[in-house]
Design a protein around this ligand. Sequence first.
Ligand code: SF4
Length: 292
Amino acid sequence: MVLDLASRYAKAAFARGVRRILADSSPRSLVRIWSLLEKVASTPFDRLQARRFRRLVEQGHPFGAWLGRVCRELNPRAAECLIRNLYGNAWFLGRATRRRFESAHAFRPPDIIVFDVTARCNLRCEGCWAAMYGRNEDLPRGLLERALDEAEREMGVHFFVFSGGEPFLRPDLCDIFCAHPDSQFQIYTNATLIDDAVAGELAACGNAMPMLSVEGNEVLTDARRGRGVHAEVLSAMLRLRERGVLFGLPVHPHRPPSRPGHDGAARATRDDARARPRTAERLPHLPGGLLE
Ligand code: SF4
């Protein structure tokens, strides 16, 4: 109980500090954020890590330049959520809770939890498993909320990845983000459903970072995902950028199928187990940056 109170106090103090520091856009503000993390970090290890990050920022490391750009270009709520939830709650302030959980249950909780929030998808990309599943298979809202609540409160997890199917087919998606303002959400999406209304909701929540899938250029993307999809992804990026929402691109390097209808990934694993897979998905678990 005492530890829970201390953890809540540290999180609240960090949140207040981040809001105050971000209001001052001077170059020193990033250094002050890391100094604050050093003070409130939940373990000696995290204090040491926060000090290392502060020094990187002071020494002009590219990480500092990236974070400075994020703070300048995101809308104020998104910048605050990124620093408070991802660097604060999920990383430097959540470890004490995770360690307590591990001692009590002999099980180390994960740093990140991935939920397939739906099996539905509005596209039929070549080689994707989503088309094989039923069209009504959403993770029930009550079960998802319960899992999120327990992960936050008992395991100290504050970084969640939502995948699918296409997560934005769920009409309650942004409501879920808003119901968990102390956590950061990363959403793997085909981007075709991010219209003005959805982009506005994401900007208002502030704690969701869409990762917009492309295969590469227009030819490659449209060949796998359908004609016009690449243009829709670019439109979604512009909507998000205009509203200062952080978004990224998952990189899916792959070799085109060797013959029509051939699923490179499935064949590589099913028919030729000794061959190196010819299709891979490298999905970064940190925000990939802003559109140039
Ligand atoms: S958008 Fe994603 S989930 Fe949907 S069919 Fe394409 S690869 Fe599969």
